[in-house]
Write a protein that binds this ligand. Structure first.
Ligand SMILES: NC(=O)C1=CN([C@@H]2O[C@H](COP(=O)(O)OP(=O)(O)OC[C@H]3O[C@@H](n4cnc5c(N)ncnc54)[C@H](O)[C@@H]3O)[C@@H](O)[C@H]2O)C=CC1
Ligand SMILES: C[C@]12CCC(=O)C=C1CC[C@@H]1[C@@H]2[C@@H](O)C[C@@]2(C)[C@H]1CC[C@]2(O)C(=O)C=O
Length: 255
């Protein structure tokens, strides 16, 4: 299905990103896994074989992302799809009255830096390489897919930083799609609900059970493969553009 397609997946060493990289390769594509040097990206790429390679990056670094794009071009000769999955989850109330302590500003900045600015950094630099492709019969040169969260819409207590970062990703989706429309590059964002990934696995099982019960149907955590299947559909459907799609089993997070 994706023979000849080249994808770059940030956060590709783990969870939703890793499942996406696996799905792209399973469908015949080639993939560059980008993740922190400390991640298991090398092992993930090895598992996927010759159609995959790992490039260590921090998404907030211009130098790292430029290097990853150069490595993508050198190894595979093009870039068709960028999937932004790299992200961090932080939780703290805006003011802790028990400790008489305000939200740590550095933690707020870090969350915005990785989730929002990092995503933008990868988008702006990827667009240059995708834009070099010859357009297909429909005028399309490629697709950029981002990962927000349902927290962009129904942020819970303690999620001011995380929700702000993800709302930023949702907010920039349409203007960037408009910016890149003339070049035939689509931009679509996925807003997942609750997925069973290492980000969630630190939670004790009773807390996970409680979270699962809050999802109307199916009443469980999503599987990373289900996220990857939506990525696949977005790639395949040229009419999807400038939109954020919730992938959440109709979950609406409570305060
Ligand atoms: N698991 C869930 O329920 C949900 C996850 N999300 C979002 O989905 C995305 C993927 O999350 P998961 O797969 O669950 O988490 P995960 O923790 O399994 O994977 C995130 C990956 O991002 C990488 N990463 C973190 N900071 C980075 C940086 N500065 N540069 C490069 N890579 C970096 C990590 O090393 C890790 O491999 C995140 O953006 C997260 O906010 C959104 C909604 C729900
Ligand atoms: C804060 C949550 C929910 C309550 C709980 O018992 C434990 C949590 C820690 C992991 C959080 C939980 C929830 O807010 C949803 C997110 C933020 C989760 C990590 C990823 C998450 O599923 C997400 O990004 C949702 O949008």
């Amino acid at each position: 299905m994706f023979k000849g397609l080249v994808g770059l997946v940030t956060g590709g060493a783990s969870g939703l990103g890793r499942a996406t990289a696996e799905q792209l390769v399973k469908q015949g594509g080639r993939v560059v896994i980008c993740d922190l040097p400390s991640s298991s990206g090398q092992e993930a790429a090895k598992q996927l074989g010759e159609n995959s390679t790992f490039v260590p990056i921090d998404v907030t670094s211009e130098k790292d992302v430029k290097n990853a794009l150069q490595r993508t071009f050198d190894k595979f000769g093009r870039l068709d799809v960028t999937v932004n999955c790299a992200g961090v989850a932080t939780a703290a109330r805006v003011y802790n009255f028990k400790k008489d302590q305000p939200f740590d500003l550095k933690s707020f900045q870090k969350t915005i830096e990785v989730n929002l600015i990092g995503t933008f950094n990868v988008i702006r630099l990827s667009a240059g390489l995708i834009g070099k492709n010859a357009p297909d019969a429909d005028g399309q040169r490629g697709v950029i897919i981002n990962t927000a969260s349902v927290a962009a819409f129904d942020g819970q207590i303690g999620q001011a930083a995380y929700s702000a970062s993800k709302a930023g990703v949702v907010g920039m989706t349409l203007p960037i799609a408009r910016d890149l429309a003339k070049q035939g590059i689509r931009v679509v964002t996925i807003a997942p609900g609750l997925f069973r990934t290492p980000m969630m696995q630190s939670l004790p099982e009773p807390a996970i059970k409680q979270l699962e019960a809050s999802v109307p149907f199916p009443s469980r955590l999503g599987q990373p493969r289900e996220f990857a299947l939506l990525v696949q559909s977005i790639i395949q459907n040229p009419m999807l553009n400038g939109e954020t799609i919730r992938l959440d089993g109709s979950l609406r997070m409570q305060p």
